[in-house]
Design a protein around this ligand. Structure first.
Ligand SMILES: [Ca+2]
Length: 80
């Protein structure tokens, strides 16, 4: 019986995991579209043109102060 409850909980947890994956994919797609010179980083100008919410929080997302944000930095903030 305990096993059945555990298995059922796992099935119920799947939709949440799927939603999280598609959100990250959406972020990745928007990042790729905004990264107009395809160097894997967004400058403030690229963010302002393609990801305004990233631009609005640019200094917060740019955790290492490099002046550019990476997809990993955006996803790290989006997870909070
Ligand atoms: Ca770029």
């Amino acid at each position: 019986m305990k096993f059945l409850v555990a298995a059922f909980s796992l099935i119920l947890a799947w939709p949440a995991a799927g939603a999280d994956t598609s959100r990250n994919e959406e972020i990745a797609e928007r990042f790729a579209a905004a990264d107009t010179n395809h160097d894997g980083r967004l400058t403030l100008a690229e963010a302002q043109a393609g990801m305004p919410r990233v631009a609005a929080n640019f200094s917060k997302i740019d955790a290492d102060g490099s002046g550019t944000v990476t997809l990993a930095e955006i996803e790290a903030l989006a997870d909070r």
